[in-house]
Unconditional design. Structure first.
Length: 57
């Protein structure tokens, strides 16, 4: 009996992160530094950068 795969049953929800200092939206960026890829979170308004959006709190 073929059922729906686990991935097709999950809901797709994008989460918006808001900077607590200025209220701007936090976006994820991928940078290529020193021969490796790094993901950083950056506020669009105040240009503050952290490692991940959770670190802004």
């Amino acid at each position: 009996m073929a059922g729906a795969s686990k991935n097709s049953r999950t809901t797709v929800a994008t989460q918006k992160f808001i900077c607590p200092d200025c209220g701007g939206e936090i976006i994820m960026k991928t940078l290529f530094e020193s021969g490796r890829l790094r993901n950083i979170a950056e506020c669009q308004k105040c240009k503050r950068t952290e490692r991940r959006p959770k670190d802004f709190k």
